[in-house]
Design a protein around this ligand. Structure first.
Ligand code: MTE
Length: 379
């Protein structure tokens, strides 16, 4: 597997490289290992010489900055932040049973991960440059050139000023205590906790304070929520809704989808996440399609910007076919039951109930556990 990733990652594309870990690699791990962390690339990983790399800060600023890696490290206070990244296409596969999404990879629930990032605060860089009053947005440009737009363009994005100047947003060079790996944006990337992954620009080279959102293809024409009837190949820049804060979402990580389980008590665990200043306040699990629910235990959190792992024990019966889960956030938003009404042409923000199918292994005849009357006999 390239880029030092584990052999069992699900690869969605070799060039550009796109891959996600299976459920088991994320289960019960508050911080995701570097070799299991998903990769979402829109172009080739650029080759950057860190000694000649410079970060430019320009646009509506009083003084333009051009910073080497050493200057970035020595001139600004360093900060560490645990944060979950989640791609807007995470769980897209759940849409495909309703309608196809041509040209987009069928990401499962692994297009998300949590890391401890270290670097400097973006707001400190903007303050050093003297961001002007009329700069309502801050735009970012990476060094990679994607062939998705016509003509090809570097990957870019922007943030509204209130988020760009929030103290959780980092310009980071380290991930889980290690130097930022090339595939995750070395030498330096943006990390925007609570926002879709696409705003966390990798291989960062330029930060521009400006009056309008970025007109980069990946901000103005993709990573937007379009109405179901829109033609994604014929949309005008700025159409649809720009995706920012991540909607409340959850997944079951254990048992695996299509696992064989035995009747009786079963531990169920997973992740739940809500973007921006929302927090996960409750996760419910059901083995009967939501007719009854059991509240899961929320496990300790690494910090305010990370997912919440959860676990509970349910009773599996012979009739159990699926385990579903739904999370609630601090604004009392809950996940919707079905992905059908959420379907959109680019397949973003599937936050419908988490669902894994299970096959219940019947105990051998004469085993201690007895079947209840009326139980479906599948043998
Ligand atoms: N930055 C650049 N320069 N190029 C990219 O293709 N992909 C974005 C974002 N930043 C991307 C980028 C998307 S869509 C996501 S979800 C995250 O990076 C993925 O980060 P990761 O590959 O480190 O997990």
């Amino acid at each position: 597997m390239p880029w030092g990733k584990r052999a069992n990652l699900v690869v969605h594309g070799d060039d550009p490289f796109n891959a996600e870990p299976p459920r088991a690699a994320l289960a019960d791990e508050p911080v995701t290992s570097l070799d299991a962390f998903y990769v979402r690339n829109h172009g080739p990983v650029p080759e950057i010489d860190p000694s000649s790399w410079r970060l430019r800060v320009d646009g509506l600023v009083e003084r333009e900055l051009e910073l080497s890696l050493d200057e970035l490290r020595s001139r600004f206070a360093q900060h560490e932040e645990a944060a979950t990244l989640q791609c807007a296409g995470n769980r897209r596969v759940g849409f495909l049973s309703f309608r196809d999404i041509p040209g987009e990879a069928p990401w499962g629930p692994g297009a998300t991960g949590t890391a401890v990032w270290a670097g400097v605060r973006l707001t400190d860089l903007l303050a050093a440059a003297g961001i002007e009053e009329n700069a309502d947005h801050v735009a970012f440009l990476g060094a990679d050139v994607s062939e998705e737009p016509e003509p090809p363009q570097p990957f870019g994005a922007s943030l509204p000023r209130h988020k760009a100047t929030a103290e959780e947003v980092l310009v980071a060079w380290s991930m889980n205590g290690e130097p930022l790996p090339a595939v995750h944006g070395a030498p330096v990337r943006l990390v925007v906790p609570g926002y879709i992954g696409a705003r966390s620009v990798k291989w960062l080279e330029r930060i521009t304070a400006q009056a309008e959102p970025s007109d980069n293809f990946f901000q103005a024409e993709t990573y937007r929520l379009l109405p179901a009837e829109a033609d994604p190949d014929a949309i005008a820049p700025g159409e649809g809704v720009a995706l920012g804060a991540v909607a409340v979402n959850a997944e079951v990580l254990s048992p695996d989808d299509r696992a064989t389980v035995t009747p009786g008590p079963l531990r169920v665990s997973g992740y739940a996440f809500a973007g921006d200043d929302r927090r996960i306040v409750r996760v419910d699990v059901s083995t009967d399609e939501g007719r009854s629910w059991r509240q899961a235990d929320l496990l300790g959190q690494h910090g305010p910007w990370t997912w919440r792992l959860w676990e509970t024990e349910v009773e599996v019966g012979a009739e159990t076919t699926d385990i579903v889960a739904r999370a609630w956030d601090s604004a009392t938003a809950a996940q919707p039951e079905s992905a059908a009404p959420l379907w959109n042409p680019k397949g973003y923000v599937n936050n419908a109930w988490a669902r894994v199918a299970v096959t219940v292994d019947r105990p051998a005849a004469g085993a201690a556990r007895t079947t209840s009357p009326g139980r479906r006999d599948t043998a």
